[in-house]
Design a protein around this ligand. Structure first.
Ligand code: PEP
Ligand code: MG
Length: 325
């Protein structure tokens, strides 16, 4: 019966009491996007554009970039596609942006910071995105990786505006951005929590090192607290003006863990973006809890003394997980 539920999943993320949490896909190019649409994704929450150019020694031309982006947009006509500008460096070096001699690449010139040392690449990418967006029917949102300050968020928003892109956002994956979410969000239209890097930086544990896996999990109560602070920052930003809080989604691996997806929903995130093969399981588990129960599970996880206990305590309250295996 559960597998029937999984097979017929329609992509509509909702709690038992009808609180909507759109389930989106993380993609690296057109092939992933087409597969994700087939698996019921309601849009793309993270298009990792650096994946399109990992093999390139030189910067791809604007036309070449526009074609790669349009191919993803075209898989989701009328739907939201959140494209991330190049996140080169550390675990994803790009020869035309990355200085391979840096002593600490994870703390180095990566993501948005490549604009400090290689100006022009970001502006050209934004014009390629605008070109592709104007030729497609997707609702294109654009976000920058590795934003650390509100000033960086503001500068990114200005560059997007200059390129004619209407919905600028930032990834919140550096603890400083989570801690200053209200001022960061004043500058942009949305935020997306990158729990992979947020965990690495909050725990000071390299995400690529197996022996640090116990530290390097988004079940760490400290990481969940940063998620909560980001959502609270968005609410605080909205309290000073008319209108709704700006959306705070999650696009790290945490969203693909069904029990953690429930906790994140309870913490108040607005969308969950994940590898497409996890959509059905996350959607199935989400449907078994009310928003109030999710909030209760979030409080439980935040109060745990360790990641292991947070995970065990929450999982014990979600019997549907046993059926999913
Ligand atoms: C993240 O850091 O959580 C994220 C989604 O980005 P990436 O894994 O590509 O660094
Ligand atoms: Mg990241």
């Amino acid at each position: 019966e559960t597998s029937a539920t999984l097979a017929s999943f329609d992509g509509n993320g909702t709690t038992a009491d009808g609180h909507l949490v759109p389930l989106l896909a993380n993609v690296g190019g057109a092939k992933d996007a087409v597969a994700a649409a087939g698996l019921g994704a309601q849009g793309v929450g993270l298009f990792r554009t650096e994946f399109c150019f990992l093999e390139r020694d030189t910067e791809p031309s604007v036309d070449e970039q526009a074609a790669a982006y349009k191919a993803v947009f075209d898989a989701f006509p009328g739907k939201k596609v959140v494209l991330r500008t190049l996140d080169a460096g550390a675990d994803k070096p790009l020869p035309f942006l990355t200085d391979a001699t840096e002593p600490n690449p994870a703390l180095g010139v990566r993501g948005y910071r490549t604009d400090f040392t290689t100006p022009g690449v970001l502006e050209r990418q934004l014009s390629a995105i605008a070109q592709a967006a104007s030729e497609s029917e997707a609702d294109v949102w654009v976000m920058a990786p590795m934003i650390s300050t509100a000033a960086e968020a503001g500068r990114f928003a200005s560059l997007c505006a200059a390129a004619g892109l209407k919905t600028p956002g930032v990834m919140v994956e550096v603890p400083s951005a989570a801690l200053t979410a209200a001022t960061v969000l004043r500058e942009v239209a949305f935020a997306s929590l990158g729990t992979n890097d947020l965990t690495q930086y909050a725990m000071a544990a390299d995400r690529q090192l197996g022996p640090l896996a116990e530290l390097n999990t988004p079940w760490q109560p400290a990481v969940l607290r940063l998620v909560q602070l980001t959502v609270e920052g968005s609410a605080a930003e909205a309290s000073g003006r008319e209108g709704d809080p700006k959306p705070v989604g999650v696009c790290g691996e945490a969203a693909a863990d069904p029990a953690l997806a429930v906790v994140l929903t309870g913490l108040g995130v607005s969308t969950l973006s994940m590898t497409a093969r996890s959509l059905a399981a996350v959607g199935t588990v989400l449907k078994t809890v009310t928003l109030e129960q999710a909030q209760e599970l979030a409080r439980l996880a935040l109060s745990a003394p360790s990641a292991t206990e947070a995970r065990e305590w929450v999982r014990a309250k979600l019997p549907v997980l046993e059926e999913l295996g």
